[in-house]
Design a protein around this ligand. Structure first.
Ligand code: PLZ
Length: 444
C-alpha cells in the first residue's frame, strides 16, 4: 500500500506559495500552449491522493486522465520498474528483444475480447496505437477509408487529430488534415433529435446508410470507435449500436477497431468496455491504464491481420520500452489479483447513486451517464437541453479550493467527468462526491 496518508487536507490556499513560485517558472519555461487542470505542483502521489509542494493533500478524481487506475506508484509497478531499470533500460525491441515485451503482448492477447488467436504490437501513446491500427487496417484490407464519429477523440498527431472530432483546442489552425477520414453521426441518446428512444431506433440505420451511400462499404478499411466516448463527454451509445456496427463491418470486409485507450483495463467494471455487449473487435487499441503511469500502448488483433503486414513495416525506437513493459506487468497483475473489475463496479454504484441524487436536486444537470469508474454529468440551461459550459469553471474551482481535483470534457465543454483511481478508498470517494455536490450547489 502507498505510504501516503489517504486523507484530504489543505494547509494553504490552492495554489500555495511554493506552487505559485514554481508555476511562475512554468510560465517562463514551458510553452503557453499546454493547459493545466489544477494550479498545483505535485510532489508525491499514491492511492487516491496527490500531495503538492505546499503539503496539501488533494483527492484525485482524474487519475491523470484514466491512467493511474491502479493508483500512483502502485507497489507492483514500483517493484517491477526498479528491478527493470537496474537490469537494463533500453535495447530497442526491434534490435534485441526482451521477455517483458512478449509477456505484455501475451497478456493483451489473453485479456482482450475474443477467444481467437491474437497478436499484438506495443507503442508509446494512445495516438500512436491508433495510427498503427489504421496502418494495419489499410494494409490488410487494401482499402483507404477510415470511419470515425462525431464527438470522437483519438489523439493529437496529424492522422489522429484528423480522426478527432472537436476543433478547439485540438485541431484549430493545425491543418491540413489527413485525407480519407469520414465522420459519421454519433448515437448520442441525450442529444438525438427526438430523444433517446429514437436514437436507439434510428442511429445505426442512419450511419449504415451514410457509409453505404457516401463512402461505399467496399472502400472502408476500418470503423474506429470508442465504446464509451471519453473526451467527447462519456457518451454511451444505446444498446445495439456497437454490435450493429460490428456486424456491418464483418459482413463487408471492414475491420471493427475499438479505441479502448480510455475505457480499457477495468475502467468501466469490465476489463474492456467492448465486453459489455459481447463485441469482439478485429483490432483493439489500448494505452493509459495499461502501465500504471508509464507511457505504453498496444494494438491487439486477429493473428492473420497482425501478421499480414510486411516484415519491418511496424515499429519505433521506444515502443514497448522494457521499463514501461515491467510497469504494465505490475499494473495488470494488480488489476487481476486485486479484482479491480469488481471493485470498479462498487465504485460505480457509489458514484452513480451520488450523481443521480445531484441530478434530482439541481436543474442544471441534464444527464448523468457512464459506467463503472467512468461517469459524468452533462450541464444544461434549466428547462432546455442547451449546453451550459458557463457553470463549469466555478464548480471546478470550488472543488479545487476544497482539495478535490475533477476533470471536464465534452464537445460543448459542459461535462464534468469522474475517473478516480480504482484503488481509491471509499471514504475519499464519498468525500469527493460530497464536495462536488456542494460545488454544484454553490454555482447555481
Ligand atoms: N483515444 C479514446 O482518450 C487520450 C487526451 C488528453 P494519447 N485522451 C486524453 C489531451 O488533451 O491530450 C486518448 C483517448 C482515446 C486516444 C487517445 C490518445 O492517447 O496517449 O494522449 O496519445
Amino acid at each position: 500500500m502507498t505510504s501516503i496518508p489517504q486523507v484530504r487536507s489543505l494547509v494553504t490556499a490552492i495554489p500555495g506559495p511554493r506552487s505559485q513560485e514554481i508555476l511562475k517558472r512554468k510560465s517562463e519555461a514551458v510553452s503557453a500552449a499546454l493547459g493545466m487542470a489544477i494550479p498545483i505542483i505535485v510532489e508525491r502521489a499514491g492511492g487516491g491522493i496527490l500531495v503538492d509542494v505546499d503539503g496539501n493533500s488533494i483527492i484525485d478524481m482524474g487519475s491523470g486522465i484514466a491512467v493511474v487506475s491502479v493508483g500512483n506508484s502502485a507497489d507492483r509497478v514500483v517493484a517491477n520498474v526498479k528491478a527493470q531499470v537496474e537490469a537494463f533500460t533500453h535495447t530497442c525491441f526491434m534490435v534485441a528483444p526482451y521477455l517483458g515485451y512478449i509477456e505484455v503482448c501475451e497478456a493483451l492477447n489473453r485479456l482482450t475480447p475474443g477467444t481467437h488467436k491474437k497478436k499484438s504490437i506495443l507503442l508509446n501513446s494512445g495516438a500512436e496505437a491508433l495510427e498503427n491500427a489504421v496502418k494495419i487496417a489499410r494494409s490488410y484490407t487494401k482499402r483507404q477509408a477510415i470511419v470515425v464519429f462525431e464527438h470522437g477523440y483519438h489523439g493529437r498527431t496529424n492522422l489522429t487529430m484528423s480522426m478527432t472530432a472537436k476543433n478547439m483546442p485540438y485541431k484549430d489552425s493545425f491543418g491540413p488534415f489527413a485525407p480519407e477520414v469520414y465522420r459519421m453521426p454519433m448515437a448520442y441518446p441525450y442529444r438525438w433529435n427526438g430523444g433517446a428512444e429514437k436514437c436507439a431506433e434510428e442511429a445505426l440505420d442512419l450511419v449504415i446508410h451514410k457509409m453505404e451511400k457516401e463512402i461505399g462499404a467496399k472502400n472502408i478499411a476500418g470503423i474506429v470507435i470508442e465504446p464509451i466516448q471519453g473526451e467527447g463527454g462519456f457518451i454511451v451509445p444505446p444498446k445495439g449500436f456497437l454490435p450493429g456496427l460490428s456486424k456491418f463491418a464483418s459482413e463487408n470486409g471492414i475491420l471493427f477497431i475499438a479505441d479502448e485507450v480510455q475505457t480499457g483495463f477495468a475502467r468501466t467494471g469490465q476489463m474492456f468496455a467492448s465486453e459489455d455487449e459481447g463485441i469482439v473487435p478485429d483490432l483493439i487499441a489500448t494505452a493509459k491504464g495499461i502501465a500504471g503511469g508509464l507511457p505504453l500502448a498496444g494494438v491487439t488483433g486477429r493473428a492473420e491481420i497482425m501478421d499480414a503486414i510486411h516484415s519491418g513495416g511496424l515499429g519505433g525506437t521506444y515502443g514497448g520500452s522494457p521499463v514501461a513493459c515491467a510497469a504494465a506487468l505490475g499494473a495488470i497483475a494488480t488489476i487481476e489479483e486485486d479484482n479491480l473489475c469488481a471493485r470498479t463496479l462498487e465504485i460505480g454504484a457509489i458514484i452513480s447513486e451520488a450523481l443521480n441524487a445531484m441530478k434530482a436536486k439541481y436543474s442544471i444537470i441534464g444527464e448523468v451517464r457512464g459506467r463503472g469508474a467512468m461517469q459524468a454529468i452533462e450541464f444544461i440551461i434549466p428547462g432546455s437541453i442547451e449546453p451550459n459550459p458557463g457553470v463549469l469553471p466555478a464548480i471546478v474551482k470550488f472543488a479545487q479550493n476544497e482539495g478535490v481535483l475533477i476533470l471536464t470534457a465534452g464537445t460543448y465543454g459542459n461535462v464534468i467527468r469522474l475517473l478516480p483511481p480504482l484503488v481509491m478508498p471509499e471514504h475519499l470517494l464519498r468525500e469527493a462526491l460530497d464536495v462536488l455536490d456542494r460545488a454544484i450547489a454553490s454555482a447555481i
